[in-house]
Design a protein around this ligand. Structure first.
Ligand SMILES: *[C@@H]1O[C@H](CO)[C@@H](O)[C@H](O)[C@H]1NC(C)=O
Ligand SMILES: *[C@@H]1O[C@H](CO)[C@@H](O)[C@H](O)[C@H]1NC(C)=O
Ligand SMILES: *[C@@H]1O[C@H](CO)[C@@H](O)[C@H](O)[C@H]1NC(C)=O
Length: 430
């Protein structure tokens, strides 16, 4: 070995040594902030017990856990997801591989069917995780795929849906524009399909692709039966003055080459039809079948729908306005924000309803980070919004395991092996 080569290898050894020392100090700094995290520290180098121990620490709100989790979730190998590798698709193999629950888990649940409307436009991985969390064979699911989604995405969703008798894609699809009428129309398209289906569902719930359940199917049914038996849930109040211009001005949807938005015109709108008092609330609801039939046939509902076509974010006034009519089926004319439908960290509720967003805000709504898990798990709401597994994969991983464990613990029938998520390799679905 000549002198130059010797110098080179000494230099290399130094560099590698330095990297190790710095990595050690870095990790130690993170973990020593909380002494009792020593256990995590010993497992950190390969994050070997990822994600179960880390998830427990996150749900308990341990202060060092989000930082450790941040490191680990970056190390975990993330695979592209493929729904079905064979053609034609072997559906029983697919249901097993993706851990779908294939039986009713109790008599009570088997006897109470829910309909879901799920509007999606991207991120197959998130959709599969959401679907397998809320899927049970006695329910029925209408999937609205945005017309502007990619053909690959549409094809993958179609392949998945084809494997289930009680899941279908909306017969009429919209190009959905944020805050536009198309968002409301998408739900109504699904409602028409759901009313025509053979399944005699009791209630309908709407979700978007960035929602995830906090409660199990059983807990959901028990909440509806005990607190809302026969009533609709549409949290909201009489339209406050600062929301007036949403229905006072005429708005238009703009859709052109990948860009879409809603903008106000100079035109002033007519008064609401039938002297209806306009309410303001959330876009999320839990509605009875009778109320859905009413909204599809009643003349006031039809006229309000027509009048709402050029308003801003009509899904935030349409359902709540109709559900305050004293003669609508299951209506709640005297309620306001009651009904735990959605856990959302709004930016303007910081310091009041929550202690701040540990992920980041998008349009004033928190995209949950690792430090938000404890708050989510303790929330009384049925579902939470909003999730972005591409940015915070461990958030979804933890919630999913937590949710499935609860589902299996509450089951009153023998469990099948593939219902457990635990045999999965971390970070991959197939
Ligand atoms: C489908 O997959 C299952 C395993 O889940 C297997 O037993 C069955 O033979 C497969 N069917 C076909 C047609 O390949
Ligand atoms: C199932 O539902 C029917 C009517 O909805 C009711 O009469 C019956 O008692 C229910 N059975 C169980 C086991 O809950
Ligand atoms: C609305 O109410 C006014 C009185 O407040 C009444 O004159 C009018 O006829 C009502 N219009 C409709 C369509 O009911």
């Amino acid at each position: 070995m000549n002198l130059l080569e010797k110098a080179k290898s000494v230099f290399l050894v130094c560099v590698v040594g330095c990297i190790f020392i710095f990595a050690f100090i870095y990790v130690k700094n993170i973990v020593s902030k909380e002494g009792n995290e020593q256990k995590l520290f010993s497992e950190l180098p390969e994050c070997s017990n990822y994600p179960d121990e880390l998830c427990s620490a996150l749900f308990q709100g341990k202060s060092a856990a989000p930082q450790v989790g941040q490191l680990c979730q970056q190390l975990v190998h993330k695979q592209e997801m493929s729904i079905c590798t064979q053609t034609p698709c072997n559906c029983s193999a697919l249901q097993k591989k993706l851990h779908f629950i294939t039986n009713s888990l109790s008599k009570e649940e088997g006897n109470f069917s829910l309909a879901y409307i799920i509007t999606i436009h991207k991120e197959l991985d998130m959709f599969v995780r959401l679907l397998r969390a809320i899927y049970v064979p006695q329910n029925i699911y209408c999937i609205h795929i945005d017309e502007k989604s990619s053909t690959d995405y549409k094809a993958s969703v179609q392949t998945l849906v084809n494997c289930f008798e009680n899941i279908f894609i909306a017969s009429k699809r919209e190009t959905v524009v944020y805050a536009g009428f198309s968002r409301l129309q998408a739900d109504i398209n699904c409602m028409k399909d759901l009313i025509e289906s053979k399944n005699q569902w009791n209630y309908v719930i709407n979700l978007c692709g960035q929602d995830y359940p906090i409660k199990t199917n059983k807990e959901l049914i028990q909440y509806i039966k005990s607190k809302w038996n026969g009533k609709n849930m549409t949290p909201g109040i009489v339209q406050p003055p600062h929301m007036k211009q949403r229905t006072h001005m005429s708005y238009k949807e703009y859709v052109h080459s990948g860009k879409s938005y809603v903008y106000p015109t100079k035109q002033i709108k007519s008064e609401p039809p039938h002297n209806l008092t306009i309410y303001f609330g959330g876009a999320y609801y839990v509605l009875t079948r009778k109320f859905v039939e009413f909204t599809l046939t009643d003349i006031r509902a039809k006229d309000l729908l027509e009048w709402s076509k050029d308003t801003y974010s009509p899904d935030e006034h349409y359902w709540v306005t109709l559900n305050r009519l004293p003669d609508a089926p299951g209506s709640t004319p005297d309620l306001e924000w009651e009904g735990n439908i959605r856990a959302i960290k709004w930016r303007d509720q910081e310091g009041k309803a929550h202690d701040g967003c540990k992920g980041h805000y998008v349009r004033d709504i928190c995209v949950y980070g690792l430090g938000d898990l404890k708050w989510i798990a303790e929330s009384p709401h049925l579902f939470a919004n909003k999730f972005e597994p591409a940015t915070y994969p461990l958030v979804m991983e933890c919630l999913e395991r937590h949710h499935r464990l609860k589902v299996l613990q509450q089951a009153e029938v023998p469990l099948e092996a593939h219902w457990h998520l635990q045999d999965q390799e971390p970070g991959q679905l197939n």
